[in-house]
Design a protein around this ligand. Sequence first.
Ligand code: DAH
Length: 355
Amino acid sequence: MSNDLTKLESELLGEIAGAGDLAAIEAVRVASLGKKGRVSELMSKLGSLPNEEKKAFGQAVNILKAKVTDALDARKAVLETAALDARLKTERADVTLPVRMGPQAEGRIHPVSQVLDEVIEIFADMGFAVAEGPDIETDEMNFDKLNIPAEHPARQDHDTFYFNPREDGSRLLLRTHTSPVQIRTMVSSKPPIRIIAPGRVYRCDSDQTHTPMFHQVEGLVIDETTNMGHLKWVLQEFCKAFFEVDEVKMRFRASHFPFTEPSMEVDIGAEAIGKPGQWLEILGCGMVHPNVLRNCGLDPEKYQGFAFGVGLDRLTMLKYGIPDLRAFFAGDLKWLRHYGFNMLDVPTMGGGLSS
Ligand code: DAH
């Protein structure tokens, strides 16, 4: 019997030494130590041996098993090192190649989101906080408290989407502008107030420059001494920062909004966006009407301030030269890849807005 073991040992050690690659060494392992391997099968013979031989045979098989295991491990280590050396000889890493685009790098930030981040950065730098209000508003917040009573002609300009009347006859609506956030802010917090309120607004209107949903940013400053000089300065600083130029020509035209007195519309000289010789309207603004202050429980003898409303989509079209507003909301991937922004292009006042 011990002769057989010696023979088997030299055979297996020979096979191990002769295994030329990792697949061959694995084959030898299975054929020897695997469940039905030659060494394992010896163990199953143990039961049929006379008792006095069992111990010695068992020990001999265990020794054989240990030797084969050691030899397999050693040969495997040698072959692994050789395989790695061979790979290193053939593989080259060119560290000058551009980084491969991962899924994150494929994603794009919508231009309106990017511009909103830019606007928030600029106003945050001037000490404005961001306020929010609901998209579904009451008549009272969207119109009445803003000094637009039921029969006021300005209501007609707003192409309002109304919900069905409620039991008490009042109707909810989709807010037609972000101005109701002014009201909510003045009702819920004490002056000094310095906020911008970005958000979605809705009007029943659709053509190349109008979509039923669009975006506005409302601004509101209320304090005891705030005056029109402050309003003009804030808007001038905003325009310079936003269009990333040292000077912007601005024209303040007298206008009318029910919630401001006096009211103005603001045009910028289009050279700021590389089109000299034209004026472009960008926003409406004015000093908050005393009635609006009163409606919010503020004493107009004590408090005053200014408000403004900007179309965010329009700002985006002007700054980034995008011609058709409807494309903003069409969900066209080709458009988004062209006009969209990289996720890591986060606008900051310190690091630059768009560069
Ligand atoms: N709410 C106005 C609109 O929807 C925009 C606006 C104009 C807002 C003048 C203001 C403002 O706060 O003072 O067209």
